[in-house]
Design a protein around this ligand. Structure first.
Ligand code: EPZ
Length: 418
């Protein structure tokens, strides 16, 4: 079993190039399934979830390769309509392949997806959207069997919540459909704009991405292209938080500044000084951060749920009391047990977490229970006294490329051991 061993207390300082966005790359790899010819993706992060997505494409008949942050996906005919249960279990984003498969071959059988356990993660909105577009769906022995009787047709779909995955899946199903699809109350996350940007470059007709109403006009055919994946705003938030919590300074290059604003403004409230120029963020932090009273996770452009554990970890020693409200997932405070073990003072009541700043954190052996929670406990380890050992690295490796190497580059004393 691999672990991270951290000697806390080092002030982080240096420059870092930000990785490509996992949550953009995954739906975009799925979208490549809709295209003839070849797609070449630059700035694709090297992550276990990306390998899972490429394995799914390979299993369906595509020819894929990956090296030096460039992924290539080549259409070679689709040889099957079922995605293996084991591949579906590897990550939550496996469900995004359903919309693309329906769009391309009008049938697909999948099982329920795996992924981080953040509470119940239903896919009812995805399936309701497909039904409206003419897909018959039945469930048998845990398998979801989807078939299109006649053809996939455009539809007006109103989401009861701006779900990122449902918005992406419906776009993927709609780009080759007959006629116009309108998604009302669509998610507005930057990664959805990145997906739409790639699909448009392949020939798709999509308008309104980044807004609450997306309109897709089906086309007959899409052709693969060369595309560069946007930077990862949550990985960016992680390195900024890690630096802030150690009183350090960082130049973060290749960042998506606008997409990170709801996060960087929080760090400013905590007392960090932040300057931006082009696609570079410069952060300098004092020795003690200030608590933040009111951090509510919301769909974009609100404060991202994916950054909740990360910001919390950097505020554990802040002066005063910080209050978090988690509004997206019903079980996204699992990291707090590990943080408390390290000396943090946190009370969780329902969707609220109250964090009273403490003077010191102490190194401990703790487990990463999900991806961002794992990043959070690592940040706590960096500002704790003594040695921390983090297990459960399979979660962290799903979303962070060269995690410990990047932190070590900034001056952290952190090593991966067997
Ligand atoms: C995406 O997950 C991200 N994953 C998550 O990032 C992120 O936390 C989440 O969006 C919210 O921003 C990827 O992009 C690969 P949702 P997704 O559908 O699409 C409920 C990370 O750490 N819901 O927007 O699964 C759902 O239960 C990850 O990188 C339904 O009720 O999120 C949740 O409460 C983890 N029915 C809320 O909506 C549905 O059919 C938001 O989920 C779909 C969702």
């Amino acid at each position: 079993m691999q672990k991270l061993v951290i000697q806390g207390g080092k002030r982080l300082r240096g420059e870092l190039d930000l990785q490509g966005a996992k949550n953009s790359a995954l739906p975009i790899l799925s979208a490549s399934l809709l295209c003839d010819g070849e797609s070449v993706f630059h700035n694709c992060p090297c992550l276990t979830d990306i390998y899972s997505a490429l394995r799914i494409l390979n299993s369906l008949g595509f020819k894929c390769s990956f090296s030096d942050n460039t992924a290539t996906v080549k259409y070679n005919g689709i040889c099957r309509s079922e995605i293996d249960g084991e591949l579906m279990q590897e990550m939550r984003s496996s469900i995004i392949f359903l919309g693309a498969m329906l769009g391309r071959i009008k049938e697909c059988t999948v099982s329920y997806p795996g992924g981080c356990e953040l509470g119940s993660r239903p896919i009812d909105m995805h399936l309701d959207g497909f039904r409206k577009m003419g897909v018959d769906i039945r469930e048998e022995y845990g398998k979801i069997i989807c078939k299109v009787r006649d053809k996939i047709h455009g539809a007006k779909i109103s989401l009861s919540f701006p779900s990122v995955g449902a918005t992406e899946n419906i776009i993927l199903c709609a780009v080759l459909a007959d006629g116009e699809t309108v998604i009302n109350n669509s998610a507005r996350e930057p990664e959805i704009c990145d997906l739409a940007g790639y699909l448009r470059k392949c020939g798709a007709k999509i308008k309104g991405d980044g807004e609450s109403r997306i309109v897709i006009n089906g086309v007959k055919k899409l052709n693969g292209c060369e595309y560069s994946i946007m930077p990862d705003r949550i990985a960016g938030a992680t390195y900024l938080s890690a630096t802030a919590s150690t009183g350090g300074e960082i130049i973060l290059k290749n960042a998506c500044i606008n997409a990170m604003e709801s996060f960087t403004s929080m760090l400013e409230s905590a007392g960090c000084s932040i300057n931006t120029s082009g696609n570079t963020i410069y952060l300098r932090s004092g020795s003690c951060l200030k608590a933040i009273k009111n951090i509510k996770t919301m769909p974009y452009p609100g404060f991202p749920t994916d950054a909740q554990a990360i910001l919390m970890a950097s505020l554990l020693k802040a002066k005063g009391t910080s209050v978090f409200e988690e509004n997206i997932f019903d079980c996204r405070y699992r990291h707090t047990d590990a943080l408390i073990k390290m000396g943090a003072d946190i009370q969780v009541i329902g969707k609220t977490a109250v964090v009273h700043g403490v003077k010191r954190l102490y190194g401990a052996t703790v487990e990463a229970t999900d991806l961002r929670g794992g990043a959070g406990v690592t940040i706590a380890g960096l500002s704790a006294e003594g040695t921390s050992i983090i297990t459960g690295l399979n979660h962290i490796d799903r979303g962070y490329e060269n995690f410990e190497k990047s932190l070590a580059l900034l001056g952290a004393d952190i090593k991966r051991t067997e």
